[in-house]
Design a protein around this ligand. Structure first.
Ligand code: ADP
Length: 496
């Protein structure tokens, strides 16, 4: 007898092409398509942020309202919400929670500069979101086999399932899988906020979501989900240690038999130098000539002189935070410039780091360019136009840019941590099959030592080309990772 396809509801706070602050959005934008190819039925649920309404509704006008005036309790309030739906090619249904008071704002979670801070009502905003998941199922009369929840913002779906809804026959056979995209963000709020959730009081204990007297949303997800995944095998190991566990290593170890790392994939259609619409010239593994034109275009776009065409152009893209190692990049920059290198950065985030780089720009205007914005188009131009991609992250759950870099023939220099360690093969250890450079002890000295090796190798054009080709041959598309998720879905479904 043919089995019914697995039905999955992805609950996440961001998704491409609607709203993005980081890698989570890329994952939610691509994984459902890959799962659909494997025969799964996938729907997605996320908040209706200002940018979704303004961009999507105005451009495509295919957002339709499917339920209005639903009442959802949070603390002493009953909030009135609306549910919307759109259909993305190829038949992926995306559902949105409208509550303008909470989501019609400039940012998704708060100002990216930590000194300005997160929104004060984030607990209420995402309690509402998690509770609305159940309203969505009831209003659409669609009950999946799996709730696949992502990060702290969706974590409370798990305790609501265990403590409110599993006794309802419509939800009784649903399993919950949590994916942790970055353990550094846990959704920690004062203990007094627990009453906002209406969860039974025993949930606010050490065995539940209580964390040193506070509410820890991610911990609730870890404790009450059937399975926990994270975004690379190495990170799955690391988060079970005190060094990388952010205080939750013990809880994660206790779920060790239900915790696995599945490497994120990349969207190989969006990130393809042979077809990328953001590039002025296309190129591929068979002919890398166009990459030089992309470098010229990048230098021109950023106002850097074209006499850098034969200098090694290093770049990085990402949230402007110390997690990403921007402080290390700042420190090695003068050395890099002395060795004929140039540097381009694209990042939005901490004001202090931005100020450091503004000084650097004043000092080295012909070797350094910085854009402190979120710019999808420029990020593609940088991946194509740079020679070397720097990722000295202190920790990196998976990291996407090193995989984009490999595909674009831009050689990554990375700290051997998390997904960076899993996806880059060290040229210095494997001269024949290497794809990039890794440093192991975290610090400026070892980063610079390894970058120096990369700069040396840049002068050897044929060897450089070989490393580029090795990287471009790697397949980090979603197909493989989606199969691994499917195995987890099947395992939990069998056990329920
Ligand atoms: P994280 O999720 O920790 O921010 P990832 O490497 O997993 O890091 O994913 C970050 C994603 O966001 C990548 O696709 C990266 O290119 C993109 N990105 C980050 N900052 C910017 C920016 N300022 N402009 C354009 N894209 C950005």
């Amino acid at each position: 007898m043919k089995r019914e396809p697995i039905k999955i509801l992805m609950c996440a706070s961001e998704m491409m092409p609607f709203a993005k602050t980081g890698g989570l959005a890329d994952v939610i934008g691509s994984l459902p398509r890959a799962l659909k190819k494997l025969g799964c039925e996938v729907r997605i649920f996320m908040p209706l942020y200002r940018e979704v309404r303004s961009q999507w509704l105005e451009q495509y006008r295919n957002l339709e309202i499917i339920a209005d005036k639903i009442f959802i309790p949070v603390g002493i309030h009953h909030f009135t919400v609306y549910l919307w739906k759109t259909v993305l090619d190829p038949g992926i249904e995306v559902y949105f929670l409208e509550k303008d008071e909470f989501f019609d704002r400039t940012y998704l979670y708060g100002n990216p500069d930590p000194q300005r801070g997160d929104y004060e009502d984030n607990a209420e905003r995402f309690i509402l979101f998690c509770r609305a998941v159940y309203a969505l199922c009831i209003h659409t009369d669609w009950f999946p086999h799996i709730f696949h929840i992502h990060d702290w913002q969706a974590s409370l779906v798990a305790p609501y399932l265990v403590h409110h809804w599993r006794s309802d026959p419509r939800f009784a056979s649903i399993s919950c899988i949590l994916t942790i995209h970055n353990l550094a963000f846990q959704g920690i709020f004062p203990g007094t906020f627990f009453s906002l959730t209406h969860l039974p009081s025993h949930v606010f204990t050490m065995e539940g979501m209580e964390y040193w007297g506070q509410c820890n949303f991610l911990k609730a997800g870890i404790v009450y989900s059937d399975y926990v995944t994270t975004v690379s095998p190495k990170y799955a190991e690391q988060i079970q240690t005190a060094e990388h566990g952010y205080g939750l290593d013990g809880v994660l170890r206790s779920r060790g038999d239900r915790l696995i790392g599945i490497l994120n994939g990349i969207d190989a259609d969006l990130w393809n130098p042979a077809t990328d619409p953001f590039l002025t010239t296309h190129y591929s593994i068979d002919s890398l000539e166009g990459k030089r034109n992309c470098k010229k275009d990048l230098l021109t776009t950023l106002g850097l002189p074209l006499d850098l065409m034969d200098s090694p152009l290093c770049a990085t893209i990402g949230r402007l935070t110390r997690q990403k190692g921007y402080d290390l990049i700042y420190e090695i920059a003068p050395l890099l410039f002395k060795h004929n290198g140039a540097l381009v950065i694209l990042g939005k985030g901490e004001r202090e780091l931005m100020e450091l780089f503004l000084h650097l720009k004043d000092e080295y205007p012909t070797r350094f360019a910085a854009v402190f914005d979120f710019d999808e188009s420029l990020s593609h131009k940088i991946e194509a136009g740079a020679d070397i991609f720097l990722m000295p992250s202190r920790f990196e759950p998976c990291g996407l840019n090193q995989m984009y870099s490999l595909r674009y023939g831009t050689i990554p220099v990375v700290h051997a941590t998390g997904g960076l360690d899993d996806t880059v093969d060290d040229v210095l250890l494997y001269p024949d099959g290497g794809t990039g450079f890794k440093f192991y002890a975290y610090g400026v000295e070892s980063f610079w030592e390894v970058l120096k090796e990369a700069l040396k190798l840049y002068e050897n054009k044929s060897l450089w080309r070989k490393i580029q080709i090795n990287g471009m041959k790697k397949d980090y598309s979603w197909d493989r990772s989606a199969k691994a998720y499917l195995e987890v879905y099947e395992a939990v479904r069998r056990n329920r």
